[in-house]
Design a protein around this ligand. Structure first.
Ligand SMILES: Cc1ncc(C[n+]2csc(CCOP(=O)(O)OP(=O)(O)O)c2C)c(N)n1
Ligand SMILES: [Mg+2]
Length: 796
């Protein structure tokens, strides 16, 4: 049969892609080999890397990057396929040999794709399995949000959000949380390419899984494309005996299939002969193949067949979310293909030599992009130069900053909680027009009303691609909440899944870089449930997404709600989390000051090397506000610039200690009234005692460590804010610290200048009760503070 010109050029394209895929397999394997066997390794610690997991995705990723993807598409790569990603970028001229040679070394290509650490344009970091997968759903939602408001800048096209998913990632619950939320929001243009090698880290997955996967996705409104067999097997199925062969493979347990893949042609032959040797046509098929070609035929799965893969991708052109279930073999093309223990297996030097021979790579040609390939170098170069994905050199965008059109003013209330003030600040912002306010996106996992976002939402509306009226309002049912939804809405309502909240914040918080438009994401949740989504919060910060997290209620101060809702360790999470500046203000004016700072801070990205910027404030970051529902008396004062600076830097003296003081009380957050009352009581007997308000233990500590680093690098006079503050307290004085949270949040203050500390705080799960009951029970009440002061004076 004569081939048409189109068929010829397609066949030619497939040949080129197969050549490139072969090179990707070599480079990924060699990169890992080099890191483990050839680089000096003084510590002797295994370097690692995943040759088998990488091999599994070589064809699929080569097809995507060299042919299917467009510059506007965004990809989350299966973490342990990082070497494949780097190899592809290397062939596209977007990754250096030095970086590959330094794979997993300091400053080199990263073990798992990292958008902040890698040089070759990673879209979404991955590493913690399941999170990158979900990221594509929420990035799609972020794109919808911008597109619905015509906020995608000129020249920035809508893209497809693509995840390359390890099949064991489907064991992570967060994947299903994302699927359900994605379905609710009717997301579009998401592709998940499932690397269905039926192996995880420890084991071969259960045979019964397959049927479930199809149904799961179909239920969520996804299109399911299964790539089970490659072209060679499909042709064999057409021959006499083909039906029996197909039935045999379909019935073959995953474990046996894997074991035979590892053992090779002779083993396949033996099993096929024993099981279906009598079926007509089988003998001929077996006779036509020697052991090597039989092994190649039997492992010709869809995910390794370039033409099958291209067909699947190229025929899925609509916007419906699509999962490609691509059957693959873990370690395909490598000596441990199919072996159940191959996850962290590394080829030994002899195996690598055999691979080198098979790939026809001479000594010194290991990093050559074209050595050993059948296709002429000129053809390959020409092809690579035309790759659509690589046409977009500036895939990483910038966005101009936005600012409030009027300053934030704290409401003047005699008594207020920080949560109430937060709600009022946002509600008053909602009345502004233009500037930053129009870019705020609020979101909450079903606690919008109870975290006091109601006023904001009433004015700014819920986001939905399709306008929906508020039925209760239409039906004249009285309610404070107006929940009409439209493309203009600025609040994204989520179901109760804190992991989704953080991944949505990660997506919205990268909008400037992914989509070229600045958004100001503000997420609210209950403070204790930060822990529910903690890995995703870390994930958002690791990607340097920018957002504000507002957590109420917090601590035992939510009193009647009981122990299940009390947070103890969250202040220390705030301190320990890189990329997140945490604050726990006590008063409304402090909160207004911090929020104004946060709006600016989260847009900063300067690498400016101001040696005195101990807090790395020029670099910016995200912000966590730990707020409370307890109303407390508000100070009557003016927030001048000097006080505002101290509030932002982490603390200020409400009552400075005298030059001969032997005591100070330091508090953080909502226990301010107890600290103030205790101070008032002790100052009669301990004149000159100081009272220190800590607005951010996190920033005080960070500044302290930063100044210490600066001193080590020669800035002898570097002094952090906390050193200035505590410099006012005589060295022999004692410090009583108190907060509604773990006492170690503040106990370190004693190390700054050697003050003896008695640290009060919450160490045990509480129970229901009044604030008085619980503060007394936990030892953060006024009397306990007074007692601690007295004890400190008797036994300093
Ligand atoms: C949250 C999390 N838990 C555990 C790991 C360790 N881990 C890395 S890969 C892996 C198994 C992955 O299997 P699969 O997704 O099927 O990928 P394959 O290696 O088969 O390609 C595990 C458990 C991890 N990276 N993240
Ligand atoms: Mg797997």
């Amino acid at each position: 049969m004569l081939e048409t010109g189109e068929q010829q050029s397609r066949a030619q394209r497939i040949r080129v892609l197969e050549n490139l895929a072969r090179k990707v397999l070599w480079l990924a394997s060699w990169t890992i080999h080099n890191a483990n066997h050839l680089r000096p390794n003084p510590s002797g610690l295994k370097v690692g890397g995943h040759q088998a997991s990488s091999a599994s995705l070589v064809t699929l990723m080569s097809a995507l990057y060299f042919q299917v993807l467009r510059p506007e598409d965004r990809v989350a790569v299966k973490p342990h396929a990082s070497p494949v990603f780097h190899a592809i970028q290397y062939l596209l001229g977007n990754q250096s040999r030095e970086q590959l040679e330094a794979f997993r070394a300091f400053g080199g290509a990263q073990s798992y794709p990292s958008r902040t650490k890698d040089a070759d344009d990673v879209d979404f970091s991955t590493g913690s399995v399941g999170l990158g997968v979900a990221m594509t759903v929420f990035a799609s939602l972020a794109q919808e949000f911008l597109d619905a408001k015509n906020l995608l800048p000129p020249g920035v096209k809508r893209g497809r959000m693509v995840a390359l998913v390890g099949d064991a990632e489907l064991d992570e619950g967060n994947v299903y949380e994302a699927l359900l939320e994605g379905w609710k929001h009717d997301v579009r243009d998401v592709w998940w390419v499932l690397d269905y090698n039926r192996q995880s880290l420890d084991a071969v997955v259960t045979d019964r899984l397959f049927g479930r996967i199809n149904e799961l996705f179909a239920t969520m409104g996804w299109k399911v494309e299964t790539l089970k067999y490659g072209q060679a097997l499909r042709s064999a199925f057409e021959q006499p005996g083909g039906d029996a062969l197909r039935q045999w493979i379909d019935d073959c347990p995953n474990s046996l299939y894997s074991a035979l893949t590892f053992k090779g042609g002779a083993a396949w032959r033996e099993h096929l002969r024993n099981d279906i040797g009598d079926a007509s046509g089988i003998k001929a098929i077996l006779d036509e193949h020697d052991d090597d070609t039989l092994a190649a035929l039997m492992t010709d799965l869809g995910g390794h067949c370039m033409s099958t893969v291209l067909d699947a991708f190229e025929s899925a052109q609509d916007e419906q979310p699509t999962v490609f279930i691509a059957y693959t073999i873990k370690g395909r093309g490598l000596p441990f293909a199919g072996h159940k223990d191959n996850h962290s297996g590394l080829m030994n030097p002899e195996q690598m030599q055999a691979l080198r021979d098979a790939h026809r790579i001479g000594e010194g040609e290991e990093w050559s992009p074209f050595a050993g390939l059948e296709a002429p170098e000129a053809t390959l170069r020409h092809f690579l130069a035309q790759v659509p994905f690589a046409a977009g050199r500036n895939r990483r965008h910038n966005a101009s900053r936005v600012a409030l059109t009027a300053p934030l003013e704290a409401p003047r209330l005699a008594n207020a909680s920080t949560q109430e003030t937060f709600g009022r600040l946002l509600a008053s912002m909602a009345r502004q027009t233009g500037g930053l306010v129009d870019r705020v996106v609020t979101t909450s996992p079903d606690v919008t009303v109870s975290t006091n976002l109601g006023g904001w939402v009433n004015r700014r509306g819920i986001f939905d691609r399709r306008a929906q009226s508020d039925i209760f309002s239409d039906e004249h049912v009285a309610s404070f909440q107006k929940w009409a939804a439209s493309p203009n809405g600025q609040h994204i309502e989520l179901g109760i899944a804190e992991i989704n909240l953080f991944i949505l914040l990660a997506s919205l918080g990268l909008s400037h870089s992914l989509f070229g438009r600045r958004l100001i994401p503000v997420g609210t949740l209950y403070d204790p449930f930060i822990q529910r989504g903690l890995d995703a919060l870390n994930y958002a910060c690791y990607q340097d997404a920018r957002f504000i997290l507002v957590a109420t209620p917090s601590g035992v101060t939510l009193a009647p709600e009981g122990g299940a809702h009390q947070s103890i360790g969250t202040p220390m999470i705030g301190m320990g989390q890189d990329g997140l500046a945490s604050f726990e203000p006590a008063y409304g004016d402090e909160l207004a000051t911090i929020l104004s700072f946060a709006f600016d801070y989260l847009q900063r990205d300067s690498n400016g090397a101001d040696a005195h910027d101990y807090l790395h404030d020029q670099r910016g970051g995200s912000v966590y506000l730990r707020l409370s529902t307890r109303g407390i008396a508000q100070p009557n004062r003016t927030m001048d610039d000097a006080l505002a600076r101290e509030v932002i830097d982490g603390g200020y003296w409400i009552v400075p200690p005298s030059a001969d003081a032997n005591l100070a009380i330091a508090y953080q957050g909502v226990v301010a009234p107890e600290a103030i009352e205790a101070h008032r009581a002790v100052v009669e007997d301990i004149p000159g005692a100081g009272l220190l308000a800590v607005t951010s233990a996190d920033r005080l500590a960070r500044g302290w460590h930063g100044a210490d680093r600066a001193r080590r690098t020669g800035l002898a006079n570097a002094r952090s804010h906390v050193e200035h503050l505590l410099g006012a307290l005589p060295r022999g004085a004692s410090l009583i610290t108190v907060l509604d949270g773990h006492p170690e949040t503040l106990s370190w203050l004693g190390s700054v200048r050697g003050h003896r500390v008695r640290a009060l705080g919450v160490e045990h799960f509480g129970q229901s009760g009044s604030i008085d009951d619980l503060y007394r029970d936990q030892g953060i009440d006024t009397q306990t503070i007074i007692d601690a002061c007295a004890a400190a004076c008797i036994d300093p």
